[in-house]
Ligand binder design. Structure first.
Ligand SMILES: [Zn+2]
Length: 145
């Protein structure tokens, strides 16, 4: 029997690291413009070209996108609209994030109410007993809530 692969595939890991590299490169380019423009202001020299900063900004954007796709998969990051595939793609990511995201997705999918969750209660103004949030009348004394 074939074991389902629940780890992030190698190509997605590569994408993640390529994205991270692009972000670092983009930040360096971005900062280089910042420092050169600062130098230009003090030296009254030629205004520096904003092109490296623009390229840096674009690199950061691309890098962020690649990193998201790498971590969550194409469906998981919303590039492909396929909820089932998204759930599968997000599984390793969700485990890495402490399973929070997975829980949210499962809860949304099942659309069920969890009995363990604290419920909002209404306190009756007449007898101070606690009633369900949805109740219109007090269970204890029958006063409208
Ligand atoms: Zn009451």
């Amino acid at each position: 029997m074939k074991q389902p692969n629940r780890d992030i595939p190698e190509n997605r890991k590569t994408l993640y690291y390529v994205g991270m590299g692009l972000i670092i490169l983009g930040i360096i380019l971005f900062l280089s413009v910042f420092f050169s423009s600062f130098g230009a202001m003090t030296n009254f020299g030629q205004p520096p070209s904003m092109l490296p900063g623009l390229i840096g900004f674009v690199l950061i954007m691309i890098g962020t996108a690649l990193r998201t796709i790498g971590a969550r998969g194409l469906a998981g990051s919303g590039v492909i609209l396929d909820p089932q595939k998204a759930k599968h793609d997000l599984e390793p990511y969700a485990r890495a994030a402490g399973g929070l995201l997975k829980d949210v997705i499962e809860e949304t999918d099942d659309n069920k109410t969890d009995d363990n969750q604290p419920q909002v209660k209404l306190r009756c103004r007449n007898c101070q007993s606690l009633n369900d949030e949805t109740a219109n009348y007090c269970q204890n004394c029958g006063q409208p809530l």
